[in-house]
Design a protein around this ligand. Sequence first.
Ligand code: GLU
Length: 295
Amino acid sequence: MQSYVGRFAPSPSGPLHFGSLVCALVSFLHARQAHGKWLVRIEDVDTTRIQDGAADIILSQLQAHGMQWDDQIVYQTQRQRAYQSALEELIQQKAVYACECTRQAIKAKGKFYTGTCRELALPFLGNSIRVINNGEQASFEDLHLGKVQVDIDFCTEDLSIRRKDGLFAYNFAVVIDDIFQQVTHVVRGADLIDTTMQQNYLYKLFKMPCVSYFHLPVICNETFKKLSKQNHAEAVDNQFAAQNLLKAFELIGLLSPELSEEMSVSSLVDWAVKHWSPKLLAKQREILLSGTNAV
Ligand code: GLU
């Protein structure tokens, strides 16, 4: 088994914006510095959120910015049988149950789902499916942030792994896929910290070693809103790849007079692979874009 397998796993709900470019870059640099593999997985499991053509645009953006992946791209829409057989394994283990609660009903009772349907033995068909979560841990050791504490009620919530409409949930698909692709290191935005312990619990159920996590700060605009497709963050423009990379380098602590916009994308990326260190990156959950580095 390869000692380092990293991955970038974008959801194709739109093209990459600057925040997701920075995330791709850090995960790429971390993998390349470890002489590991860097995989790309298109997380299109939630087919209701896919934007037509976005997956291809994302791939072209990665290539235009000098980030070439290893192996074949995995698309979650082609992994339904794997999710189904993993679900059957959990049914065999009696680790799951059907739940008929609507989002509104759960919200009306409080912030988290409290296991209302656990003992009801409802049919799986037409209901969502939840994992009986007996986890007790509310913290994990992050490669970048050190010890990270997560809300215990969230960590121990019976997580939904298949929705009522039959779509598998992100938390489930991401773990099944990382196991399948033998991923060892997950470098991703700190906005996903809260899901980590729930994903961790799934590794335990499948008796598989958990990946190592590296959460990097998410890039926010002046109003402290994460740059995201929902906030209409602009797509990164391949025509300005060198400038985009230099802006991204600045945010991750890679500033040097040696660098210029005249350099080719591949020489910029090669330079970054040589010089980047996680120590240069702020140990915080957010980085605010402002003034000169605003996009
Ligand atoms: N697909 C998720 C996203 O685009 C990332 C999942 C992950 O890296 O674990 O936010």
